[in-house]
Design a protein. Structure first.
Length: 385
């Protein structure tokens, strides 16, 4: 499968045409979505969207998700039936390895994905593999985001660059698809070429005589809630080191932090509570299907009643164009990265944490541990206003 979105599809097609390729080689294997510029009024973005609508129809692209059906490209394939264990998925966007959660091989190619669109083939150097065996049971309050960031920080970029990270072990046997997706997504930041969770749920595993570059083992039960200090996700420390830091903004969403696991955790914290004065909380389910499921479970009502703004199926603040940070803003979020300027102003500060911590911080007006919040009181719509 080849995945593309509104920031790059039109560029890929125009480059292909300039090289003499009038048509896509395998339109039945192409997935395209609008997930970055959905709310943009910029003429260039609107022109790109119009081009996508016309071109995907003319080319008989199998999966096109227009506004209203849209979702983030690293989450949509899990809902469409487009993905299967053992499949190779290539994309321009960096977070493609997240699809290893279902036993696929996701590779980010950047603009080189045009080769796949034009010819149906790509050139790849097979990466060496680091196997990570995980066992134990997470502590109360620890989410997959804490585990993923803790692991990525311990592997590090020197060891992780151009590697395949293979997650195995008893913890994976019980991990949900959301949790596996988070593990595979987080290692992108240490330069991993791809990541995979080959356990029973994805119906395949490594050969008995497989050779690994490294083989590591960790007990997830020793991990406590984590926070990534600016300006790098690898600056990962125990949450206690940042407690009490005042915030002006909070964001729950993105491909790594807008899944059902995250929305359920956020709603549990926000239920019966209100966002603190002076704090803007933005919550964005990663796809329309996730949003609809959250509606069915009553999570969106809990989140909205607390005073959060809700959007759907876009990268949002993680791309820096929706609810951007201004000068002097401090945000805590579930975005993919927290480097300077990632969510808006170069004079803003960004922390990364799990969704429950982000929700608790929005309520407290400062970075907070959900377990330390005072007992909540029933909220009303009038109370929020």
């Amino acid at each position: 499968m080849i995945a593309a979105h509104d920031l790059n599809y039109h560029r890929h097609r125009k480059l292909i045409a300039s090289l003499g390729y009038a048509n896509l080689a395998t339109p039945d294997k192409v997935l395209v979505t609008i997930d970055h510029t959905t709310h943009s009024a910029a003429p260039g973005h609107l022109q790109a969207q119009a081009f996508m609508r016309a071109d995907t129809k003319a080319q008989n692209v199998r999966w096109f998700f227009d506004t209203g059906r849209h979702g983030i490209s690293h989450n949509l394939p899990l809902e469409t039936g487009a993905l299967a264990p053992g499949m190779l998925v290539v994309a321009a966007d960096t977070r493609a390895p997240a699809l290893g959660c279902d036993g696929a091989i996701g590779i980010a190619l950047g603009m080189s994905v045009t080769l796949a669109l034009a010819t149906g083939r790509v050139w790849l150097r097979v990466p060496r593999t680091i196997r990570i065996d995980l066992h134990g049971t997470p502590r109360r309050g620890v989410m997959s985001r804490d585990i993923a960031q803790w692991i990525a920080a311990r592997i590090g970029a020197d060891a992780g660059d151009y590697k395949c990270i293979e997650f195995c072990g008893p913890y994976l046997h019980n991990a949900t698809q959301d949790e596996r997706h988070t593990l595979c997504n987080a290692v992108v930041d240490i330069g991993a070429k791809t990541a995979i969770c080959p356990d029973a749920s994805t119906r395949w595993c490594s050969d008995d005589n497989a050779v690994f570059d490294q083989r590591l083992a960790w007990d997830v039960g020793v991990i406590e809630p984590q926070i990534c200090l600016p300006p790098d996700p690898q600056n990962c420390v125990p949450l206690a080191q940042a407690l009490g830091t005042p915030i002006t903004s909070a964001f729950i969403g993105s491909c790594i932090g807008g899944k059902m696991e995250d929305l359920r955790a956020a709603a549990e914290v926000l239920r019966g509570r209100c966002v603190a004065p002076g704090v803007r909380l933005t919550v964005i389910p990663a796809t329309q299907a996730i949003y609809r499921q959250a509606l069915r479970e009553g999570l969106i009502a809990d989140i909205s009643l607390a005073g959060a703004e809700v959007a759907v199926g876009i990268c949002g603040p993680c791309y820096g164009t929706y609810a951007p940070l201004g000068d002097g803003d401090t945000s805590i979020c579930t975005a993919t990265r927290n480097d300077t300027g990632r969510l808006g102003s170069m004079q803003s500060t960004v922390y990364i944490a799990n969704a429950a911590v982000v929700a608790a911080s929005a309520v407290a007006g400062r970075i907070a541990n959900p377990a330390a919040l005072p007992e909540h009181k029933p909220a009303t719509a009038e109370g929020v206003i």
